[in-house]
Ligand binder design. Structure first.
Ligand code: HEM
Length: 155
């Protein structure tokens, strides 16, 4: 694992340490979201709230501290000219799905912790939480595709 994080990479291909750390942390966040979902099913709502809040914060820190910068530097200048290329299309789709997941996830976490104004306090938790979970999982899957395409095997 330490070799992977230091840049030895997946499948024997050299990859930047930052991208490896980002991949591992996002996979950990996805596992946490799944554990949190199971806790809700078992009606352990306090534990559920804590686990989901930690996962949302981990996710948001990486997206805002690493991915947005990378997207603005390397992808935005090529839009729309290279959107026809699979790599740019997948990364852009990933960014759009990820941005929706981030906004929705932060909102639901704030709501769950009683931190939004009264008029925004939805009560249909299930619909909001299921949608956020699905979008986070889709964004993670697309993120893994972006990683594989960028560092392991171009699409
Ligand atoms: C739910 C939210 C998100 C999840 C779960 C997620 C997940 C991932 C994962 C697992 C990777 C592969 C590791 C890496 O290369 O860093 C990745 C890469 C990337 N993501 Fe995201 N992401 C999310 C949101 C976003 C957003 C909102 C943007 C852009 C505005 C974005 C842009 C990128 C870019 C450009 C890369 C390639 C970074 C690089 O290695 O240069 N992501 N993402």
């Amino acid at each position: 694992m330490s070799e992977l994080l230091l840049g030895a990479g997946l499948l024997g291909v050299a990859t930047p340490a930052r991208a490896n750390i980002s991949l591992v942390v996002m996979l950990v966040a996805a596992v946490l979201f799944t554990i949190g979902w199971r806790l809700a099913v078992r009606k352990r709502y306090d534990a559920h709230r804590w686990v989901q809040t930690v996962a949302v914060v981990l996710n948001a820190a990486l997206v805002l501290g690493w991915m947005v910068r990378s997207f603005v530097l390397y992808v935005v200048p090529e839009i729309p000219a290279r959107l026809g290329q699979a790599a740019y299309a997948v990364t852009t789709l990933h960014a759009v799905v990820g941005a929706i997941g981030l906004v929705l996830g932060v909102f639901v976490a704030l709501r769950g912790n009683g931190l939004v104004p009264k008029r925004l306090r939805f009560t249909n938790y299930k619909a909001f939480m299921r949608t956020s979970y699905g979008i986070y999982m889709l964004a993670t899957l697309l993120g893994v595709l972006v990683y594989v395409n960028t560092y392991v095997h171009p699409l």
